[in-house]
Design a protein. Sequence first.
Length: 428
Amino acid sequence: MPGHVPRRTRFRTLIAAVCSAVLGGGLLATAGTSTAGPAAAPPPVTPAADSHRPAPAAHTRAAPKVVGYFTNWGVYGRGYHVRNIRTSGSAARLTHINYAFGNVQNGRCTIGDAFADHEKAYTADQSVDGRADAPDQALRGNFNQLRKLKKLHPNIKVLWSFGGWSWSGGFTEAARNPVAFADSCYQLVEDPRWADVFDGIDIDWEYPNACGLTCDTSGRDAFTTLMSAVRAKFGTRNLVTAAITADASPGGKIDAADYAGAARYVDWYNPMTYDFFGAWAAQGPTAPHSPLTGYPGIPQQGHHTDATILKLKGLGIPSHKLLLGIGFYGRGWTGVTRKAPGGTATGPAPGTYEQGIEDYKVLKTRCPANGRAGGTAYAHCGDQWWSYDTPATIAGKMAYRNRQGLGGTFFWELSGDTPNGELIKSIR
């Protein structure tokens, strides 16, 4: 991550089957067998006895998922609250919200920000339903606001995402005792105070057996073992998903873990097909951070969405378990004189919260897109160079999603969109 599904009905199943027969194929066709050889059958999963949710239906050819990340820290400087998901029109288009982030400490799932998560008192003008929190209210904060949002939009499911770029260090220890880790996560997600808010868990380990902020050497099978334990604990009544690397280069991060083996335990993966390039390479070359395809002069082969999706499908991961990732932000450089990608720079462009990164809602007017490469947009204004997706380029990515039979789209993150939800409207 930067810086750091409705239940199917019989009617929908019937319609999907008819459409599949008419169109002669399926949007959600699966890939072939894993090149690693036949995998052992997964252990039986027993649903948690005290789960309050009905078991989800088996996979059917459903409408694509639309999954948006909501950050708990957004309620501070960004001033983006759960209420904004509704006022922007995003709630009407989302199928799932990933609440980011819970922490991973000492091999356990822990609260990320207690104040933002469940303590902050909301006034009437900040609240989803226009009602202020009572002084003696047991649950407040984002969790209570999400509860209110789900009452108004009952088709939305919410997953609690753990880890992320800054909080993935604890996964190494978690992998040493995955059963204890899974138990801690279940106890936290299913805490009686907010159990009705969450419909599952999202694991964002950046990255198993590879170097991110810290170098993890837990072994290639550690991710599979951990996800197996999480699924066994959460059962089939909860969603279990994971955000994973998009690095499809030979010997890259996809090769460092057995994502194909772990796929049997997840409802879907979120391959993070953004941040391929950025101003951490301060002198350039400039390059779109979220290209859909390769293009002449791309700085590194395999650093684009198509390479990621084809590699994951080639490992045997079913298409319907892969979502296409989009960033609702741009990455940019300053000191750039060349309009086309590949120019030199003097450093990261200034950003509102961090150098080299800026929300789409700011860039669309401050530095409008005036070029395309690799199926995404870029902009050269003054001496700054930015790349980001626009409604037009997202439409192209949606066509690609449909051609590949992917299970849907996810994006990082909701507060980067315009107040009227310009980008999310282009996803559907």
